[in-house]
Design a protein around this ligand. Structure first.
Ligand code: FAD
Length: 380
């Protein structure tokens, strides 16, 4: 008889992992802290590696049907001059998979629709666990408890369970703060994804399906800065006044009530994801800054690798160890590389900016191809 598997967290990692377990013949139970399972955030880039993982889980078509394929991604300066451009169509030709963008709500909807009849309990914030000889007890904020044989920890970057298992594994602040929103794109008609790397921060626009546009802005700041916390769209327009007119048009077409603000944080790579009958996945294990657009992609890869290992069989504790072996190096690389890109992208010193832009312009296509290959070539 299959033993009991519990998953804490019903985000992208928790839901895709639940799908992986169900496909492998388990009936995982999901405990989500929020009263309703709802996506937090705006748009998402789902790169070719995530699409491959979704394919492995048998849910590619469902997800990409709700997304939009990207044809290119450009990094420009504030004078609208290209620094570097990635040809997504070339990636499609090489890897047979597109890079997609999707609204988080659409991704959640697609994932939830893949698990009819799943046991998913909301309003269940897991605060602590007791590890016993034969099982694990979950302690919830509402005072209730649940016993499980195995636990998948998918409760995001602030995971209390990870911090219990690895004291000191606290989120670290990246040094910049972020605003984002999804707006209507039918009058703007922005076709391709871009980021502006200017001396006052970054501004990016990403077209989504259904004539929607996801935009984000990042600005260097001390953590939890009250001034930026209270920033309005008018303040942002003033901040980015020297950026191309389109930036201010996008901001003008956004309403205050949909503006999301948060500091950018990640998790310094941790040495372990598997702890006997407990496994950390997604942001709880390897939260990264959004500079490579890989956080959710890696969460989805986690589910695909776990599925692969589940099919190979064996005790779940050894499945978890095999998963850890396959995931540590790759996820550490993404977190470190993404943090480095963030530092370069957020440069404000004019000389540094000049050097950075010249460096990026000089990168030969062959090196860019090699970097993309590393990202898109997965081990499943
Ligand atoms: C600005 C920004 C832009 C991004 N852009 C991209 C992108 O373009 N592409 C990409 O791939 N990634 C992107 N990411 C990263 C991506 O959002 C995360 O990597 C992804 O959401 C991680 O999913 P998760 O399920 O591991 O964690 P989360 O999304 O944090 O989900 C955790 C879930 O657990 C629940 N929970 C929390 N605590 C508990 C608890 N104690 N008990 C039970 N449940 C709990 C939460 O309510 C939530 O539902 C971006 C992130 C940011 C901040």
């Amino acid at each position: 008889m299959k033993r009991k598997v519990a998953i804490t967290g019903g985000g992208i990692a928790g839901l895709t992992t639940a799908i992986a377990f169900r496909k492998a013949g388990y009936a995982p139970i999901i405990f989500e802290a929020a009263e309703i399972v709802k996506p937090v955030g705006a748009g998402l880039g789902l790169a070719a590696n995530a699409i491959k993982a979704l394919d492995k889980l048998g849910i590619k078509n469902k997800v990409v049907g709700k997304g939009r394929a990207l044809s290119s991604f450009t990094i420009k300066n504030e004078k609208d001059k290209t620094i570097t451009c990635t040809d997504s169509l070339k990636i499609s030709r090489q890897y047979g998979l597109d890079n997609f963008t999707i609204h988080r709500a659409a991704l959640h909807e697609a994932l939830l629709s893949e698990m009819p009849g799943a046991e998913l309990y909301t309003g269940k914030k897991c605060m602590d666990i007791i590890i016993r000889k034969n099982n694990i007890q979950l302690l919830f904020k509402d005072g209730s408890t649940v016993d499980t044989d195995y636990l998948i920890v998918a409760d995001g970057i602030h995971s209390p369970i990870r911090q219990k298992l690895l004291p000191g594994s606290v989120p670290r602040y990246a040094g910049y703060t972020c605003w984002r929103a999804v707006i209507d794109n039918s009058t703007l008609n922005i076709d391709n994804s871009y980021e502006i790397w200017g001396n006052k921060g970054r501004f990016g626009a990403v077209p989504l399906a259904n004539n929607q546009l996801y935009w984000f802005a990042t600005v260097n700041s001390p953590a939890n800065n009250t001034r930026f916390k209270n920033f309005t769209l008018t303040d942002l327009k003033e901040w980015f006044r020297e950026y191309p007119l389109e930036t201010r048009t996008i901001l003008s077409q956004t309403s205050e009530d949909i503006l999301i603000w948060n500091d950018i944080i990640d998790l310094k790579p941790i040495p372990k994801y598997a702890f006997d009958n407990i496994l950390l996945i997604g942001d709880a294990a390897h939260a990264t800054t959004p500079n490579m657009g890989q956080g959710a992609c890696q969460a989805i890869e986690d589910a695909a690798v776990l599925y692969d290992e589940l099919l190979k069989g064996g005790e779940l504790s050894s499945v978890f160890l095999r998963f850890e072996k396959r995931r540590l190096k790759r996820t550490h690389f993404i977190t470190n590389q993404s943090a480095l890109i963030g530092k370069m992208a957020q440069a404000t010193n004019p000389l540094m900016i000049k050097m950075r832009n010249a460096f990026f312009r000089s990168i030969p296509e062959s090196i860019k191809d090699r970097q993309l290959k590393k990202l898109y070539n997965t081990d499943f």
